[in-house]
Unconditional design. Structure first.
Length: 373
């Protein structure tokens, strides 16, 4: 029996996240009933439930509210972004027809005959600018009589300032000139507004209406996540077991979920104790290792692996200078930047330190329990 997801994370919420969910639902409801809408940003570290929250909100969009979801995999220029987004919207129109059919048939005829692919062709031929192409596409959904449009963009850290500015210009024009509610919901590791120049810049202010920063669970949040999931399957958790999961996971939402799944799977009875948490730690580490590797865009090189092992040996978090004193590797900074680009390591935006997404990985790598090759 399993009530927690295996890696990679499926569209399920971590813990309660009720406040964020209610706020985002309210934004959508206002767009449907009042014709007004705002943007939203969801940010948090890898495995904190950003994608789960975004997909849950996507599911909650009512008939008549057209939604389009893109998970970015690489950086794009404005033309690439606009073309790929338009192609996705065209596909999703057809996929969402069963949901919107009754709503649309009451307003327009021949609802099957609709496409925006020609706009993407014009962008590729440079007959339309990316900005005008995206504007034209969104207005076609207005003309199709949708009450609103929301663009959901995951891995928004990959959005450059040029694209963020383009989205702002297009959406603001549609809202002001055409009085049509269009919004963008972004999810990424960091708050994308931190990368925008000037605290009071128009671009920055455009995205700061609703910012939800997902944090680590505290002990109470860990208990809530475990006991809520466990109660569905008829399991209870001792206080010692919850404290053990909290200590091992440090409140990392994804790892709490994996501990819950594994403990339920291997528990001898219906009450999970601290020893059973200890017994499944090996399985949890293997699951987390698989999740970690699946996030990489490419595997580390041999030299980069040396850097990774050394980082684990010094506790899993260090600055460039700390690593430089312990490693005789030429162009160390280049290798570190590549590891961040490959999503093997994370980098703290303020301190500049490099670190692993969770201490459990650090322990497994330092002890040689898991290997890069």
């Amino acid at each position: 029996m399993s009530f927690f997801p295996q890696a990679p994370v499926p569209p399920r919420l971590f813990g309660d996240r009720k406040r964020e969910l209610d706020d985002l639902r309210d934004i959508i409801q206002l767009s449907v009933t009042g014709g007004k809408i705002e943007n939203a940003v969801i940010c948090g570290e890898r495995g904190f439930g950003k994608t789960s929250l975004l997909l849950k909100i996507l599911e909650d969009c009512p008939p008549g509210c057209f939604s389009s979801f893109r998970a970015l995999s690489s950086r794009e220029n404005p033309a690439e972004f606009a073309d790929a987004t338009i192609q996705k919207m065209d596909i999703e129109y057809k996929q969402q027809l069963p949901k919107h059919e009754s709503y649309l048939r009451s307003l327009v005829e021949r609802i099957e005959e609709f496409s925006v692919l020609d706009v993407g062709v014009k962008i590729r031929r440079q007959e339309l600018t990316p900005e005008n192409g995206l504007l034209s596409t969104l207005l076609r959904f207005r003309d199709r009589k949708f009450s609103c449009v929301i663009l959901f963009i995951d891995e928004a850290d990959l959005l450059g300032s040029e694209i963020l500015a383009m989205l702002k210009n297009v959406i603001e024009e549609i809202r002001t000139r055409y009085s049509y509610p269009v919004a963008v919901f972004l999810a990424g590791k960091e708050d994308v507004t931190n990368r925008l120049t000037g605290e009071w810049s128009p671009i920055r202010r455009f995205y700061t209406g609703h910012i939800h920063k997902l944090e680590l669970f505290d002990l109470e949040g860990t208990m809530e996540a475990l006991t809520k999931g466990g109660s569905v399957a008829g399991f209870t958790w001792s206080d010692a077991a919850v404290k053990s999961v909290f200590a091992e996971s440090q409140g990392h939402p994804f790892i709490v979920q994996i501990f819950g799944d594994r403990a339920v799977k291997y528990s001898a009875g219906k009450n999970i104790d601290a020893q059973e948490v200890e017994d499944v730690k090996h399985y949890v580490l293997q699951d987390v290792w698989g999740w970690y590797k699946q996030s990489w865009t490419s595997a580390p090189s041999r030299t980069e692996t040396k850097v990774l092992i050394q980082l684990a040996r010094v506790g899993g978090r260090a600055s460039y200078s700390d690593l430089e004193t312990k490693l005789e590797i030429r162009s160390l900074g280049v290798h570190l930047r590549r590891l961040v680009e490959k999503r093997v390591l994370l980098q703290d935006d303020q301190s500049g330190e490099y670190y692993y997404p969770t201490r459990l990985l650090v322990e497994g790598i330092a002890k040689g329990i898991v290997h890069f090759t």
